[in-house]
Design a protein around this ligand. Structure first.
Ligand SMILES: Nc1nc2c(ncn2[C@@H]2O[C@H](COP(=O)(O)OP(=O)(O)OP(=O)(O)O)[C@@H](O)[C@H]2O)c(=O)[nH]1
Ligand SMILES: [Zn+2]
Length: 351
């Protein structure tokens, strides 16, 4: 028997509880967003699951509107959303095509960065994911799958020497016992997400962790307006005797958004070194007295890491520029609308 309260199981924590005023404690109920659709969102709380219509001020701003994993306060009587609570973490990305940020998921606690320990292993890709996880504000663990296919794991341990703070677990994702150490990341009340390239074993790992075929049980069927059954994808799955697992298409296609802080945290060693460079504007190429190049020569810093840092920095700079430009053009567009409206009004008053 599971005696944990439904709210706790959904990840209700003191961090959220503390945000409620006395009035809100009386008049509102917290619910967690489990899925977001075009016109309604699915929420779950003390009184089970319900749908909430997407309308009102809460949903107006694309960068602020509730996303999967968010906690909302619903008015106890009317069941209307009153406000969204502050998030403990947030994943966002550059929307493909559109030049703006898209919210993927909020309040994820832990992320497994999944990579296979074979020739597909790519440390630079792991670092890119790590920067994303740090930017979002979650705890990360690196999972190396397919450990059963080759006994020689030493090269992977060697490659990861520079990442002492990153826990690493080698698994056979097909074997429930082998993935047991990862259960710690999806205990009751914890929300887990997985990041990794296609084919590394994310679905296999999820199913082994959940103890059931998530993909087969995940879709929820309901009637659409024409009375047909449609299967909607939901993004958060509760797992038996555990917490929640996030599996959304957006999470599978994460690209770097504006993740300056995450990059800094991931490459803190290079930042620390560059403070010791003779010149404040050193670009760590051929300047005299460059502490970064000195560390590479001394074998203390991997040159690949410097290159990867530069590459990601360039990408972030590009994305930030695109975002800034589209914000500026949004602003000038709304200024244009306003001046057109003012003109129209002025003309009307004159006639
Ligand atoms: N031997 C072995 N095979 C594995 C392991 N993990 C995954 N596989 C196999 O690798 C293949 C790909 O695994 P998936 O779980 O579909 O990979 P995925 O990351 O979900 O891939 P996408 O859905 O494309 O993102 C499957 O045939 C799995 O059975 C492992 O640890 N050991
Ligand atoms: Zn330098």
């Amino acid at each position: 028997m599971n005696s944990v309260s439904p709210l706790k199981q959904l990840g209700w924590k003191p961090f959220f509880q503390q945000q409620l005023s006395l009035d809100e404690l009386n008049d509102c109920q917290p619910v967690k967003v489990m899925a977001v659709h075009r016109s309604q969102i699915e929420v779950s709380g003390e009184s089970g699951e319900e749908s909430v219509l997407v309308s009102g001020a809460l949903f107006e701003d694309a960068a602020e509107r509730p996303t999967v994993g968010d906690w909302l306060l619903l008015a106890r009587e009317s069941r209307k959303p009153v406000r969204r609570l502050e998030r403990s973490s947030l994943f966002k990305r550059m929307a493909p095509g559109a030049k703006q940020v898209q919210l993927i998921a909020a309040n994820v606690d832990n992320v497994l960065i999944v990579s296979s320990c074979n020739q597909d292993f790519n440390l630079s890709r792991v670092e890119r994911y790590l920067a994303l996880v740090k930017e979002a504000g979650c705890r990360a663990c690196l999972v190396l799958t397919k450990a059963d296919l080759d006994e020689n794991h030493a090269p992977f341990h060697d490659a990861l020497k520079g990442h002492r703070d990153l826990p690493v677990v080698l698994v056979n994702a097909l074997d429930t016992e082998s993935v047991a150490p990862l259960r710690d990341y999806c205990r009751s009340g914890e929300t887990l997400a997985l990041l990794g390239s296609s084919g590394v074993g994310k679905s296999t790992l999820l199913n082994s962790l959940a103890g059931t075929e998530l993909a087969a049980t995940g879709g929820i069927r309901e009637d659409d307006s024409k009375g047909r059954h449609t299967t909607r994808h939901r993004a958060l799955y509760p797992i038996v005797d555990g917490g929640l697992i996030l599996d959304s298409p957006g999470m599978r296609e994460l690209a770097l958004a504006d993740i300056r802080e995450g990059l800094e945290a991931t490459f803190a060693d290079i930042s620390a070194l560059s403070e010791k460079c003779r010149f404040a504007d050193c670009v760590h190429e051929s300047e005299p007295g460059c502490a970064v190049q000195a560390a590479i020569e001394a074998g203390e810093l991997d040159e690949r890491r410097l290159h990867n840092w530069r590459k990601l920095e360039r990408e972030v700079a590009r994305n930030s520029k695109t975002l800034a430009e589209s914000r500026a053009s949004d602003r000038s567009l709304s200024q244009l609308y306003r001046s057109v409206q003012n003109h129209a009004r002025a003309n009307k008053n004159r006639t």
